[in-house]
Design a binder for this molecule. Structure first.
Ligand SMILES: Nc1nc2c(c(=O)[nH]1)N[C@H]1C(S)=C(S)[C@@H](COP(=O)(O)O)O[C@H]1N2
Ligand SMILES: [Mo]
Length: 231
């Protein structure tokens, strides 16, 4: 009896060491790992970033003119056209693969009195406009969305600043009701300038163009630090 007990220790150790050797030899998969960088796992919404508390991607009031739009991504095309050297037409993947990505925490404020602070990720719209090559006569950019919504900006606002066209918010893909595939992060502008479900970006020489809400009494510049009423 005594001898059997003494044998248990080395036998147990051999089994444990054996299991450890087997597991050490099995390669562990590391998705999306950048050498030396963190492993990014998709699908988890972040709620704070560099000291900023972020709103949830679900903390919005859905008040779009025709409700949430369902964009079929295999049919989806983004067109940059109008007063440009060449009209560019992109698929969803082409936009994300061909241009550098940027992230930024920006607050969206709606004229209804609510706001949300979100970590946005996307491409800079000026990179796409530059690629199309603005004609010297162009001074205005009109955006059109899947629901027929439109809004416009001075060309200078989009070219002189870091204006993001977002495809992710808080590290998750834009949900359908938040503008999938793309929403413009129109910094320092009222929420009605943050066009969702963007399909067309058209350069024009008509600074008097008025978008959907702008035709209904909201200011054309949409500047946050000014009244949104154009009357
Ligand atoms: N295509 C489209 N974009 C739109 C709208 C819309 O009705 N259609 N509403 C605008 C308004 S008034 C606001 S406040 C913001 C709200 O964005 P959210 O729905 O993601 O919160 O979207 C803007 N972009
Ligand atoms: Mo709004």
């Amino acid at each position: 009896m005594k001898q059997e007990h003494i044998l248990l220790l080395p036998v147990g150790l051999i089994i444990i060491v054996g299991i450890a050797i087997i597991f050490a030899g099995i390669p562990v998969s590391r998705p999306n790992q950048v050498p030396g960088g963190p492993t990014t796992l998709p699908g988890i919404e972040v709620r704070s970033f560099q000291g900023n508390d972020l709103s949830s991607v679900n903390a919005f009031r859905e008040n779009s003119i025709r409700g949430p739009q369902q964009v079929n991504i295999s049919d989806y095309r983004l067109t940059i056209t109008g007063l440009v050297n060449t009209t560019d037409v992109y698929t969803y993947d082409e936009v994300r693969e061909r241009y550098p990505h940027y992230t930024k925490v920006v607050t969206l404020s709606c004229v209804e009195g609510w706001d949300v602070t979100i970590l946005w990720e996307g491409v800079q719209i000026r990179d796409l406009i530059r690629h199309a090559g603005p004609d010297p006569r162009a001074n205005t950019v009109v955006f059109t969305a899947h629901d027929g919504y439109t809004t416009s900006f001075p060309l200078g606002y989009l070219m002189d600043r870091d204006i993001i066209m977002a495809y992710r918010m808080n590290n998750v893909t834009l949900p359908e009701e938040r503008g999938y595939p793309f929403q413009l992060v129109a910094e320092d502008k009222w929420g009605y300038k943050w066009i969702k479900w963007i399909e067309k970006v058209e350069l024009t020489d008509d600074p008097t163009y008025r978008g959907y809400w702008e035709q209904r009494g909201y200011s054309n510049n949409g500047d946050l630090d000014k009244s949104y009423s154009s009357r």
